[in-house]
Ligand binder design. Structure first.
Ligand SMILES: *Cc1c(COP(=O)(O)O)cnc(C)c1O
Length: 482
């Protein structure tokens, strides 16, 4: 497809300022004016509209295709939440308004939304308070481990080690290291954190262990069965338990992480509560804490005054400070609030039930097509599988694209061989799931009959199999416009 520059015709215009254009230049100081016109494409309005519409059709998008990506729950994009976040009263606010005298009156509604969202998030998780500052899950992890560090520091001790199970998402150790911790890898057994391994590590490093970062259900899609024992072990040495909430949509209305002993949690609202993940858009990673970490939350916090008005409180002496600018991704939190209010408690519970039902349905239907570990266990909202012997996960994923289905997550978690991790979510119909199963069955049959037949896939799409090394090493980021 030609680029828009290649479609440029000198002198062609989409619109024309009615003769006033030079006046604009006259209002700027000479030294700020460019010497030559910018080399922008010159196109008509139709050229531009057609160009970008055609480009958009070459994309895979959730509005057009099934997205079984695992570990990325929210692919469906409820349109009403976009409407809410786009209301001018919200969308046109400037974050600095909240800090000015008269401006504060104009942001009361926005502050009330944050205040009420915090109450609902606490209700959902059993935590005592939330900060909405972190801009994504990984940013929430960073905030969370900073809080853990602040807790130990306030007790007058230095604890340098963070325990991370081997099934963890890569951002967990990265966040811990960024916050100054050394990580210790916890090996899993039968897909679970191994309590014996945990006891051994604690016996060895006890008074240097700051905490443990867990994902539950974990990235294998399995619910952790040793949780009470893990909580006990950590409490004994006053270490803290972190809940990576990326998989929260499996447990809503079923388990509150605060009730079972977690001290700090981040939620990926862009995975669980209405903003789609995997589209590269903004997310949010609110962090909730229990009693012990309350004093260290990032500043500012939204307060409700005696007279019912809302303000921002910067006076938090032990706070870890700013984690992100202003109050985080306000619009994303707003969408989460709208979604929670729309579905209500029973609705959110049903989300988790259907997410698990759909994942278990897919897992069962794919027995005999893919190699499925932990087959005897029910999965939560997602499950892992290996490509059958002799086939590669990458080839299956590329062949799916050819059939109009986005690939599942591949090669994650690292502990599963030739891993394909699928998460259908609660919003997909049985028909769509059946189509996915049939497509995979067909691809596997073709691959087993002639393994080389998948090596070129996808052949019918705008972008074919790339040389990924060359794509990373020899990037061509500009176009030679001649
Ligand atoms: C997605 C994910 C993260 C990181 O969250 P981002 O919002 O992408 O930064 C962390 N842990 C797990 C288990 C995840 O799936």
């Amino acid at each position: 497809m030609k680029t828009i520059f290649a479609k440029s015709v000198p002198g062609r215009r989409a619109s024309c300022l009615s003769g006033d254009a030079p006046a604009a230049a006259a209002m700027l100081p000479d030294e700020l004016l460019r010497k030559n016109p910018p080399r922008l494409p010159e196109c008509s309005e139709l050229d531009v509209v057609r160009h970008f519409t055609q480009l958009s059709r070459r994309n895979f998008s959730v509005d057009a295709n099934f997205y079984p990506l695992g570990s990325c729950t929210m692919k469906y994009n409820p349109k009403f939440t976009e409407y809410v976040a786009g209301l001018p009263g919200f969308a046109r606010l400037h974050p600095l308004l909240a800090q000015t005298g008269r401006g504060a009156a104009r942001v009361q509604g926005a502050l009330q939304c944050l205040y009420e969202a915090e109450i609902l998030f606490c209700e959902l998780t059993g935590m005592k308070a939330f900060t909405f500052q972190p801009m994504a899950g990984a940013n929430g992890e960073f905030a969370g481990v900073k809080l853990m560090a602040a807790y130990h520091k306030a007790k007058g001790r230095k604890r340098g080690k963070m325990l991370i199970p081997d099934a963890a998402h890569g951002t967990n150790p990265a966040s811990a290291v960024l916050a100054g911790f050394e990580t210790i890898n916890l090996e899993s057994r039968d897909g679970m954190v191994d309590p014996e391994a945990l006891s051994r590590v604690i016996a060895e490093h006890g008074d240097d262990v700051a905490g443990l970062m867990m994902t539950c259900p974990n990235t294998l899609g399995l619910m952790e069965i040793h949780l009470p024992r893990i909580v006990d072990e950590l409490r004994k040495i006053d270490a803290l338990l972190y809940y990576d909430g990326a998989n929260m949509n499996a447990i809503m209305g079923k388990m509150r992480v605060g009730d079972v002993g977690f001290d700090v949690v981040h939620l990926n609202v862009h995975k669980t509560l209405a903003t789609p993940h995997g589209g590269g858009g903004p997310g949010a990673g609110p962090v909730g804490v229990g009693e012990r970490l309350l004093p260290f939350l990032p500043a500012p916090r939204v307060l409700r005054r005696q007279d019912g008005s809302f303000c921002l409180d910067y006076n938090i002496p032990q706070s870890v400070g700013y984690i992100a600018p202003f109050y985080g991704s306000f619009g994303v939190v707003l969408k989460a609030l709208a979604y929670i209010l729309r579905l209500g408690g029973p609705g959110l519970t049903r989300v988790s039930e259907y997410a698990a039902l759909n994942a278990n349905y897919l897992k069962k239907k794919l027995e005999g097509v893919l190699d499925i570990p932990f087959q005897e266990r029910l999965c939560a909202h997602e499950f892992v599988a290996s490509a059958p012997k002799g086939l590669r996960a990458l080839d299956l994923a590329k062949a799916l694209l050819e059939r109009g289905i986005h690939a599942p997550t591949v090669y994650f978690p690292l502990i599963v061989h030739e891993c394909l991790m699928a998460e259908p979510t609660e919003t997909e119909s049985k028909d769509t799931l059946d189509t996915y199963v049939e497509a995979l069955r067909d691809i596997v049959r073709q691959g087993l009959a002639d393994p080389s037949s998948l090596a070129q896939a996808p052949v019918g799409l705008p972008v074919r199999r790339l040389d990924e090394t060359a794509a990373a090493r020899n990037m061509a980021l500009t176009e030679d416009m001649g």
